[in-house]
Design a protein around this ligand. Sequence first.
Ligand code: OOG
Ligand code: NI
Length: 264
Amino acid sequence: MQADQFFELLWQDYISRTPSAAKVHQVLGQGNEIINDHVAFRTFNIEPIGLESLAKLFEGMGYFANGDYHFEEKKLRAKHFEHENPNLPKIFLSELLVEKFSPELQEFVHSIVAQINPEDVKQPEFMFSGTHWDIDYSRYESLLQESEYAAWLSTFGFCANHFTVNVNELNDFATLEHVNQLLKEAGFTLNTSGGEIKGSPEVFLEQSSTMADEVDVQFSDRTAKIPSCFYEFARRYELPEGGLYTGFVAASADKIFESTNKVN
Ligand code: OOG
Ligand code: NI
């Protein structure tokens, strides 16, 4: 599959559970096209869906890995991928270090991953294939106690966790402060963990994000309204040696992960 077609299908799947995405484009794009900086995905570190296995799908579309990130507290690791075509979004792909959790969580995660047909993991479409298993609401709640990431991934499966507006490419809003202001005026709730703006010109990247939309999810035993996906905003800065910084900042990413937390 061509990258262009992949991102079009991925976007259609993403907006189906992220009603605010269209409003973000309306507020910031004002009729102009929005360029995305990156798209993020989550997975478990269990075959056949480990980070390096899913990376092959992106490598097959011309992407290459260009950064490693570690999240001690949340028990995650991640890599980012870039494409030689600068118009294609970067990819931020993280995986949960399942062996670091309780035997109950490990057993459940292994049982749901075992239901994935390894053949399905060979096609880029796998990245928006959702769940391949059933989960009931009490399991979701018990996973939440240990890891919001595990609960989210077990419920939504494979899909874009967020798209990210490339703020450098916006016509009228040069600063992230201004972007945030417009979003708040439009009624969005921003992620304030670690401050509304994560990062700084000194680390060559500033990021902010909305808190995830809450949507009705059909669990195997009942329906419940829970956080789904969100939108992120990134402004990149010029490196001393020239060119915009293309990496991510682990301390900032650590806070962006919390955009799928429930807003009280
Ligand atoms: C990824 C969070 C990190 C970034 O841009 O730093 C991230 C996630 O929530 O899955 O997207
Ligand atoms: Ni991101």
